[in-house]
Ligand binder design. Structure first.
Ligand code: C5P
Length: 307
């Protein structure tokens, strides 16, 4: 049996630049892996069947699950139609939260099955297959701290954020946000202000590459956090408004934002102790508001074979 951990991500920066000819949005992002992770287990089978079970009955384990899509793609590319596997997913990352949980599970399937089936694909080849399945998936294979451009699939590594920053994540367990809906609303609300053309896009990418908080010697310059989807999603999602308000009240929070297309939100702290203390202080208010919380550290890697 093989076990792979599949960490969640938060967006330290999500900037919508414009529209692409393929209908997707052109993005400039910084994504960061965190230590809230799912766990995917693999057992080889000799029956040419690819199956998935999950400890969370609310998650579809049908053909729409990215784990199965990834396994089918990898097997089709291998040319060995007789390959089989039985997979079990232990879900810890909330679903439909803007934390790339589904993408990370799919990335874990690519990395795990590449090893289990002995296919010998390079990390770059796995990232390229991941891009066929979802915009966030190449990041989940690579992980750590990365600039993500294009649809989100073009990665440029940045020096890991080593200051020991920690993240307090907050989410309403009853609310999820559809990513296509969030981008559609963004287009309706902000479409007329979108940048036009590759030159304008590249200027913004370069500005992000040169941002002071992304430079190797960045002591005392934490990420300011920006998410262009927050202004679109928050007005229509009470859970996001409540989360942001509670997190902004925390005295030691360096910055607060929504992650991805929401509804999860997070506050950044200088270290894990301050983050844990904030989680404890906020617990009664979170309970009253019906919000779940996780105090997380930052990770410098993506999906990894654990055993
Ligand atoms: O690539 P992924 O399947 O994660 O994207 C989900 C949906 O989010 C897309 O179908 C599209 O509607 C929207 N999206 C977008 N621009 C991006 C990424 C996603 O418009 N860069």
């Amino acid at each position: 049996m093989l076990t792979v951990t599949a960490p969640a991500k938060v967006n330290l920066h999500l900037e919508v630049l414009g529209l692409r000819s393929d209908g997707f949005h052109e993005l400039a992002m910084v994504m960061q892996s965190i230590d809230l992770a799912d766990c995917l287990q693999f057992t080889n089978t000799a029956d040419a069947q690819i199956t998935l079970t999950c400890d969370d009955p609310s998650l579809s384990t049908g053909a729409d699950n990215l784990v199965l899509k990834a396994a089918e793609l990898l097997r089709a590319r291998s040319g060995f139609g007789e390959l089989g596997v039985s997979m079990h997913l232990e879900k810890r990352i909330p679903i439909g939260a803007g934390l790339a949980g589904g993408s990370s599970d799919g990335a874990a399937a690519l990395v795990g099955l590449n090893a289990l089936w002995g296919l010998g694909h390079t990390p770059a080849a796995l990232e390229s297959m991941a891009a066929e399945l979802g915009s966030d998936m190449p990041f989940c294979v690579a992980g750590g701290t990365q600039l993500c451009f294009g649809r989100g699939e073009l990665l440029e590594p940045v020096a890991p954020i080593t200051e020991g920053l920690a993240v307090l994540l907050v989410k309403d367990p009853l609310v999820s946000v559809s990513t296509p809906w969030a981008y559609q609303r963004c287009k309706e609300i902000s479409g007329t202000n979108y940048l036009q053309g590759e030159m304008a896009f590249e200027q913004r990418r370069q500005a992000l590459r040169e941002a002071p908080w992304l430079q190797p010697l960045r002591a005392g310059c934490p990420p300011p956090l920006r998410n262009d989807l927050q202004v679109v999603v928050a007005p229509e999602t009470k859970a996001v408004q409540a989360s942001i308000q509670l997190l902004q009240e925390l005295p030691n929070a360096l910055a607060v934002a929504m992650s991805g297309s929401g509804p999860s939100c997070f506050a950044l702290f200088r270290d894990q102790d301050q983050c844990d203390q904030a989680a404890a202080d906020l617990a009664p208010k979170l309970k009253t508001a019906g919000l779940s919380a996780w105090a997380c550290s930052l990770r410098s890697d993506g999906v990894r074979i654990a055993s």
